[in-house]
Ligand binder design. Structure first.
Ligand SMILES: [Zn+2]
Ligand SMILES: [Zn+2]
Length: 406
């Protein structure tokens, strides 16, 4: 006989009733009629499985009294609070999540359309966990559902005794715990708004890594801006837990280069920061292989050279490496400041009309490599005056110069 599906939500494994197991929620709490005065009496409140509410009050009598007087009865207050609780339920049980956005300097905000004026609109949170916690805070939920904070707080406090607290670590299958590197990771992710039932699917994005993945990896996948499929495609190039977390937090990396190009750069064995420089500079990874192969150099050294030049604002091509090699330049030290000064000098020398003609004007990288070969900008200026426009032209130039020297 087939097993009937569980009554709980199939995707998240979350109950849909007011108490676990779709049971009625039984509370013993201060009467909302008394909460405006001092020392209100406590009484029973029952929220049934269908979300209707029972209190010891005579509901009809209170409604009539309310219609004639100015006071709001405990019955009405309780109904409003239960409605707010029901609407907050998805957030409290992590079946739902409020979108969060990361801004400049790594500060987090409650996403547009979800922040509340007079609460969290414009508020910067130090981290994703703090921002997620705010979306579950009674203050935020009370403002969102327009109910008195004091009533909601007292109701959530009473309900949390049944639910075992809204921020305590949920009990999970140890197999899920083992997917996270840090001890207590399930609890940390829970506090960041991530349900344990989501963890296996998130872990599968990094399944190529044969170790548990860091908390930061999971947070990045959920709240960061890297595409999950992109992460899964790049990761096989450097399958380790820290790279997985690093990839998950890159800012829309899928827009910068293909997974293959990112992956090849990661394989060169240079630092992750250098990989970002290379990708931002738009250097095709195959250029590194070309230069390394043509010269018999290690790829990691060539990749590091490309990055060094990219940091000085230059994009090298194979011929630049070859020109430096012919001229015995094996450890170039490109300086952004020196290259800036050279470019400025050349601009002044060539004047505004020539400056516009791209054909006659050597580009920044050509000038920078010529500077590296010739040693100082005055030598570059002399070569330019003799018609040299790129590092290859220097072969003839250097020869004639050396000949004149003899
Ligand atoms: Zn009452
Ligand atoms: Zn708020």
């Amino acid at each position: 006989m087939p097993v009937p599906p569980a009554r709980s939500s199939t995707t998240m494994g979350i109950m849909d009733g007011p108490a676990p197991g779709n049971q009625p929620l039984e509370l013993f709490m201060e009467c909302f009629n008394g909460s405006t005065g001092t020392g209100g009496a406590k009484h029973q409140v029952t929220v049934h499985s269908d979300w209707t509410v029972t209190t010891p009050h005579d509901a009809e009598a209170e409604r009539i009294a309310e219609a004639f007087g100015s006071y709001t009865s405990c019955v009405t207050h309780t109904e409003r609070i239960v409605d707010a609780f029901r609407k907050s339920f998805g957030i409290l049980t992590r079946a739902e999540r409020v979108p969060l956005s990361v801004g400049r300097g790594g500060s987090w905000q409650v996403g547009k359309g979800h922040s509340i004026s007079g609460c969290c609109r414009g508020t910067l949170f130090g981290g994703v966990v703090g921002a997620a916690r705010h979306t579950r805070a009674p203050m935020h939920l009370a403002k969102q559902h327009k109910v008195p904070l004091r009533h909601l707080e007292s109701f959530l406090g009473a309900a949390s005794r049944t639910w075992g607290g809204w921020d305590g670590t949920p009990e999970v299958d140890p197999r899920i715990e083992r997917l996270i590197r840090e001890p207590g990771g399930v609890g940390d992710l829970w506090r960041a708004g991530i349900h344990p039932a989501e963890i296996p699917a998130l872990a599968s994005v990094g399944s190529v890594v044969d170790e548990p993945l860091p908390i930061s990896f999971y947070l990045g996948l959920v709240y960061g801006r890297a595409d999950r499929r992109w992460v899964a495609e790049v990761l096989p190039h450097r399958p380790d837990p820290d790279t997985a977390a690093w990839l998950a937090w890159l800012d829309e990396p899928q827009k910068r280069a293909t997974p293959t190009d990112w992956g090849l750069w990661l394989r060169f064995g240079i630092s992750k920061a250098d990989v970002v420089v290379a990708v931002k500079a738009g250097i095709p990874a195959e250029h590194v292989h070309e230069v390394a192969y043509a010269n018999g150099w290690p790829v990691s050294a060539v990749a590091a050279q490309f990055v060094k030049w990219a940091n000085a604002g230059c994009t090298l091509k194979s011929e630049h490496f070859h020109a430096m090699k012919r001229n015995g330049v094996y450890s170039p030290k490109p300086s952004r400041r020196a290259i800036d000064a050279l470019c400025e000098m050349v601009d002044n020398d060539l004047g505004p009309t020539t400056r516009k003609s791209l054909r006659d004007h050597p580009d920044r990288t050509d000038l920078a490599v010529m500077l590296e070969i010739l040693g100082n900008r005055h030598e570059v200026r002399r070569a330019l005056a003799q018609g040299a426009r790129n590092p290859d032209d220097l072969d003839a130039y250097v020869k004639s110069y050396e000949r004149a020297d003899r």
